[in-house]
Design a binder for this molecule. Structure first.
Ligand code: ADP
Length: 763
């Protein structure tokens, strides 16, 4: 009974009862018995949708009731806002909720007043590096989806961050929430925590595989499920579920496939809508269109009108929220989603279809099978407590062999054990520097001692691998002038501190510094004489001589060169080369070689391909910063609008970092970098940067204002209103907002007639 939980605030039992939670689920009760509300550390490994969030809330609210402060770590930015909105239900009782997303380089000072803070592990890592003072006041940290410590890219960050938080405050209560995994006990060992390891779920789940004309379920039964000629298996399953008045969640392997599947499934769902549902879906679609007027938004609204929707990390969070709500209200009959968000979609449904069990993996190349853990998490979304007798979750097989394979691989399989991925070069390169720079260790021994607090150490009795990689990375950091060694003592250099605070991979920083210095030294002569993996930070006598001889004062580097420089760092995700790209970009590499920073590798060198993909990214950024239409860019590079946004954000961050590094090193190219950055930020040519920086102007309006003779923010303050109105196509409200944002005293457009403007299309 919720009224009997020790330690929680007085108002909580009544609040929970109002929310329909009268009794704890068994794993929740176990967590309370283990002391989660009285400050004990806890690892809870329980199936999806079995109420992990409430366990976290019980812990956090109990600490807040004692005047403490709690941090909730999420794996994805998209989940940060979802979780904080969920916690805002407690604001009525005086619990302040803060969410920290956005820029890495800040100490989130304003969060000092929040009681509950939600952030991604990267953000928390960055807050630690930037010395956020309130971190010392934390009394409770919750890690959501802690099994992701297994992720090669992001796991080490989570692991190291947890170790740091626990070192900052030895009394910190640690609560880690995990999907069901085989070795939760190892996580509990690592965190000195009590363990709740449960298979209980609020509703029974039957897993299975669809093959031929039947669903084969794990209890050995079969259900006939006919696939018509006009439809694929997924549509057949959706139809069959709808015939029984149930909804379906479909997992596919990419955003594009999620959108395509939703579009196709509207043919199935639209048959089942009555006129009232159509009307209500229409309303939801209108709301979706109001959120933004992008193509994604339109596509989503079109599908929603017909009873289907897609859901992926590229959707606006308001879109995702609207979709989830309509799905829970049973208005939407099917949602197709990407696995990334499987953990986050709080949308139980009668059936789950895992349509794609392979996904493109850029690090290995080619399609790779999903992990058992991921597939089980998706499947766990099947069955709505209180509404369905049980949930069904199925994969789809195209042959008898595949039917057997899928049963072996996923239906009967146990999830993989979670293993630390810390002992890898990229991870240690970054984290060793940050650990020294932020004062958690000041010697090799101190570092190794700090690493004892990680999952890696608790899982591996043998430290030799960790030590070996550590030594190699310390050498790397020293050679690149990020760390200084004095006997056994380690100290971060000024540059090293900057790199750590900027949240750069040291290798990215080295690449950027190398490229910028090389440019300033004058280019090709030195470039061709240099070794492949030349370390940064050393200028040899012969290079100095070459420098003096080189006549090339080429002026500052241009935008393409700078975009290429940041695009080839390990901090930028690469665009893949499609067939035909290799030839196209090889040619481009030679045509524009003079603009690129550093020596262009030979075609037979291994890094040539990376060089080309970076060039593809660089030209995308250049197009964007030259006002090429968004839709033309998506066509040209085979990407979605969300991908452009992603590249632009990353480039902006990396160029900002490059700017800091260049000024730290006293290089001349700072203004050139700033220009490249502001251009990419606003997606405009240099002449428009000032105008596009005015809120609500944007790249297209900036161009129209400019063409109408308004060249700067200052012009905008003085400009003839009718000209402004004409350039903004007669939109009074927009014109007023824009003038106000430009700092105009009297922005009112009352009685102003739009001027006819030459050369500005009026459409
Ligand atoms: P998880 O985080 O484990 O995937 P959630 O915390 O999202 O699962 O819980 C799934 C659903 O179960 C939520 O809608 C939540 O409100 C509900 N729920 C959680 N605990 C209880 C409970 N004790 N009684 C009834 N409903 C509960």
């Amino acid at each position: 009974d919720v009224a009997e939980i020790p330690g929680i605030p007085d108002w909580l039992p009544a609040h929970l009862q109002d929310a329909g939670i009268a009794e704890l689920y068994p794993p929740q009760a176990e967590a309370v018995e283990a002391g989660v509300t009285t400050g004990e550390n806890l690892v809870a490994s329980v199936p999806t949708a079995s109420g992990k969030t409430l366990v976290a809330e019980l812990a956090m609210l109990s600490r807040v009731a004692e005047d403490g402060k709690a941090l909730y770590i999420v794996p994805l930015r998209a989940l940060a806002s979802e979780k904080s909105e969920e916690f805002e239900q407690f604001e009525q009782y005086g619990v302040d909720v803060g969410v920290s997303t956005g820029n890495y380089q800040s100490d989130g000072e304003w969060l000092a007043d929040s009681d509950v803070i939600v952030a991604t592990s990267e953000k928390v890592d960055s807050l630690v590096r930037n010395d956020a003072p309130w971190l010392d006041d934390l009394s409770c940290v919750v890690t959501d989806e802690v099994h992701l410590v297994d992720d090669g890219q992001r796991g080490p960050t989570l692991e190291v961050t947890m170790a740091k938080l626990r070192q900052l405050n030895p009394d910190l209560q640690t609560v880690a929430l995990s999907a069901t995994i085989g070795n939760a006990d190892e996580l509990a060992d690592w965190l000195d925590a009590e363990l709740v390891d449960s298979n209980w779920r609020p509703i029974e789940l039957q897993k299975g595989v669809h093959f031929g004309q039947a669903l084969h379920l794990e209890d050995g039964s079969q259900q006939r499920l006919e696939v018509r000629n006009s439809e694929d298996e997924t549509a057949a399953i959706v139809r069959d579920t709808l015939a029984d008045d149930g909804s379906t969640l479909v997992f596919v392997n990419s955003r594009r496939n999620a959108e395509a599947a939703a579009r196709r499934l509207t043919q199935t769902t639209s048959e089942f809508l009555d006129s009232e549902e159509r009307q209500r879906l229409q309303d939801v679609a209108d709301e979706i269109r109001e959120v933004s007027d992008t193509e994604t938004s339109d596509d989503l609204a079109d599908a929603v009108e017909q009873g289907a929707a897609f859901h992926h990390a590229g959707c606006a969070s308001q879109h995702r929220a609207l979709v989830e709500e309509a799905f829970r209200d049973r208005l939407l009959k099917v949602v197709s989603a990407t696995p990334t968000l499987a953990a986050g979609v709080n949308t139980p449904s009668r059936r789950v279809v895992v349509r794609d069990w392979r996904r493109y993996d850029g690090t290995v190349g080619g399609m790779q099978p999903l992990s058992v853990l991921e597939v089980h998490q998706m499947m766990g979304r099947a069955g709505r407590p209180g509404l369905d007798p049980y949930g069904e979750a199925v994969l789809i097989a195209n042959s008898h062999d595949e039917l057997d394979e899928l049963f072996e691989r996923y239906v009967w399989a146990d999830p993989e054990p979670v293993r630390s991925k810390l002992a890898a070069e990229p991870a240690l390169r970054t984290h060793l520097l940050a650990t020294v720079a932020s004062g958690f260790a000041s010697s090799r021994e101190g570092l190794l001692e700090f690493l004892e607090r990680t999952l890696h150490a608790s899982q591996n009795a043998d430290r030799s691998e960790l030590e070996r990689v550590t030594d190699r990375m310390l050498d790397y950091l020293e050679v690149n002038d990020f760390l200084q060694r004095d006997g056994d003592q380690l100290q971060a250099t000024g540059l090293g501190h900057t790199v750590s605070r900027l949240y750069l991979d040291p290798m990215s920083a080295a690449e950027i510094i190398d490229g910028l210095r090389d440019w300033e030294r004058g280019g090709t002569t030195t470039r061709s004489s240099r070794q492949e993996d030349d370390a940064v930070g050393f200028t040899t006598a012969s290079e100095l001589a070459a420098n003096e001889e080189s006549d090339a004062d080429r002026g500052p580097p241009g935008a393409l060169g700078l975009y290429h420089l940041v695009a080839r760092t390990p901090d930028m995700y690469e665009l893949y080369l499609r067939s035909g790209d290799e030839e196209e970009y090889t040619q481009l590499a030679y045509e524009r070689e003079d603009e690129l920073l550093g020596r262009t590798p030979h075609e037979r060198e291994e890094r040539f391909d990376d060089w080309l993909s970076a060039l593809k990214t660089a030209r995308l950024l250049e197009d964007w910063a030259s006002e090429v239409d968004e839709s033309e860019i998506t066509d040209r590079y085979g990407v979605g609008p969300g991908d452009i946004r992603g590249k632009v954000d990353t480039a902006q961050w990396l160029l900002g970092a490059a700017e800091s590094l260049a000024s730290e090193l006293g290089l001349d190219c700072v203004p050139a970098i700033r220009e490249a950055r502001t251009r990419v930020e606003h997606g405009v040519s240099a002449e428009l940067v000032d105008l596009a920086g005015v809120r609500n102007v944007g790249r297209k309006r900036a161009r129209r204002l400019y063409d109408a003779g308004i060249r700067t923010r200052a012009d905008l303050r003085e400009a003839d209103k009718s000209v402004v109105l004409g350039a903004l196509r007669g939109r009074e409200k927009t014109a007023e907002t824009v003038l106000e944002n430009a700092g105009r005293q009297d922005p009112s457009m009352d009685g102003v007639e739009p001027a006819e403007i030459d050369g500005v299309d009026a459409g």
